[in-house]
Ligand binder design. Structure first.
Ligand code: ADP
Length: 494
């Protein structure tokens, strides 16, 4: 390099100064007040791509980036006035045409009399730094995790957009404040001592580990979050970088999952109950058969006896026989009902099916003040269906209807099978209950929709699936007499 104005560097020997200039990583350039280059160091060669020989004596404006051409005369103007320009960030064009970002510091050069005779310029290429910073910023703005940087006193230095959304604070409300602002008690009061403990002992309780902690939003609400903390030393300052992830949603999902699990285990308990009922039916069958046989024997013995008491006893035995037959009938129905579904379709008479299903559905209901009417139109066509499945649908609809009327003054249940206009068989179950609760009306047939404290809400979704599998459609409508009517139709055999 050529050190033209050696006097400006004070009393240091010129070759010593030249060595410093030469080894600098920043471009150091001397120029006249007209912008003609007078010195050009190695870093300048690397940063701008021009050799010293190419640049000495040439105007500095060859480095001007498009759009910044009048910038150089303005800088020289300021130098003439004796001003110094520090850390001015601007663009320059390299010899290969690439545009780079530089931070400039430009100072006047004076002669021994103090006259300004030129300018010295120090330029640092900050293209990569800027790119990295911009990249980091865009990353921290984009990732769903919030980023909070604090110093070793817990004072917030940086607060990302995601952190703003998570905590409900704008960055400027948090920057410069203690990070304990974002925590509920007792962490809020203790956080300073956590940092102090780490600084004193080096013992890591959270740095590099990650933990689930509690955060506090601006509105005072608290929420679970996962926190991972990293440590960095930047320009001699110790910083802690916290990445925070809101776990509220994940926790809600987990809770829903637990609820579903509970419901499922309920379903499996029901299945177990079904199996128990079937075993019970099997066990009860034997004593019932025995009882029937003893009854028969008793009747025969009584037939031979004479007198009023014997006649009365015979009548009583008649009644007993009817009740035993009924018990056997119920048990037979129960066994059929809980029997594993084998999906068998058969030709069925709807009337018979409705009678069987009603008998099952009304076990234990007859005394509850519900009047039941069964309407079966004459000469209904037969349908092809799975008897057990269809029974399940009707039992379900009837049980729902009875439950719905529990608090109603008028309790009338009407089950009917009629011809519909398209020649199909239409089955309806009508009650005089309170009607479908409006908040569930739209989702009535979806699984797990229920208005009952201990309901499972699967009944109607299963009913609809069964009816659809039979080529029909299940719907609900308001009963003109008050209450609800569930309706479905089944196509006849063709
Ligand atoms: P669950 O009976 O376990 O709640 P369902 O799927 O059988 O499950 O019924 C879902 C919901 O539909 C019930 O909780 C109830 O709110 C409503 N519902 C069903 N049948 C009737 C009816 N006949 N009258 C009024 N509401 C009914």
């Amino acid at each position: 390099m050529t050190v033209t104005e050696a006097a400006d560097f004070g009393k240091l020997p010129a070759n010593f100064l030249a060595a410093i200039v030469e080894s600098s990583e920043d471009a150091i350039v001397g120029k006249t007040l007209d912008g003609i280059v007078t010195s050009w160091n190695r870093a300048a060669e690397l940063i701008f791509g021009y050799s010293e020989a190419e640049m000495i004596g040439r105007p500095i404006s060859v480095l001007a980036a498009p759009g910044a051409v009048d910038e150089m005369p303005r800088i020289l103007e300021a130098i003439r006035r004796g001003e110094r320009i520090a850390h001015y960030v601007t663009e320059r064009r390299r010899k290969d045409g690439r545009i780079i970002l530089v931070a400039l510091t430009v100072s006047p050069i004076r002669d021994e009399q103090g006259h300004i005779i030129g300018a010295s310029k120090i330029a640092r290429d900050i293209t990569d730094v800027t790119r990295t910073t911009a990249l980091l910023r865009s990353v921290s703005e984009t990732i769903p995790d919030g980023m909070v940087v604090i110093d070793d006193r817990g004072i917030v230095q940086s607060f990302s957009a995601a952190a703003e959304r998570m905590f409900g604070y704008a960055a400027e409300e948090v920057l410069g404040h203690n990070v304990s602002l974002l925590m509920p008690s007792p962490y809020r009061e203790n956080h300073d001592s956590y940092i102090a403990h780490y600084l004193a002992t080096g013992e890591r309780r959270i740095i590099g580990l990650g933990r689930v902690v509690t955060g506090r939003r601006k509105d005072g609400s608290v929420f679970p979050l996962e926190l991972s903390v990293g440590e960095a030393i930047l320009e001699g300052r110790r910083l802690f970088t916290g990445f925070v992830r809101d776990l509220t949603e994940r926790q809600q999902t987990l809770q829903r999952l637990h609820e579903l699990q509970a419901e499922l285990s309920h379903v499996s308990r029901l299945t177990e109950m079904g199996q128990m009922a079937s075993a019970l039916a099997h066990e009860l069958n034997q004593p019932l058969t025995a009882a029937t046989n003893y009854l028969e024997l008793g009747r025969r013995l009584l037939a031979r006896a004479a007198g009023d008491p014997a006649k009365r006893a015979a009548n009583i035995l008649e009644d007993v026989a009817v009740q035993v037959a009924r018990a056997a009938e119920i048990i037979r129905g129960l066994r059929d009902f809980v029997r594993k579904d084998n999906g068998e379709r058969q030709t069925l008479s709807i009337g018979q099916l409705l009678e069987d299903a009603s008998a099952l559905a009304l076990i234990g209901v007859r005394d509850s003040g519900v009047s039941v009417r069964l309407e079966i139109a004459p000469e209904l066509p037969q349908v092809v269906a799975d008897r057990i499945q269809l029974q399940q649908v009707i039992v379900n609809l009837m049980r729902n209807a009875v439950e719905a009327m529990e608090r109603s003054e008028r309790r009338a249940l009407r089950v009917s099978a009629l011809h519909d206009s398209a020649g199909a068989v239409e089955i309806s179950v009508a009650d005089t209950g309170p009607g479908i609760a409006p908040e569930i009306a739209e989702r009535l047939f979806q699984p797990f929709v229920t208005s009952k404290p201990h309901g499972m809400g699967v009944g109607l979704s299963i009913c609809r699936a069964i009816v659809e599998a039979h080529g029909g459609a299940l719907s609900a409508e308001a009963n003109p007499e008050g209450g609800t009517i569930f309706r479905f139709s089944l196509p006849p055999i063709r």
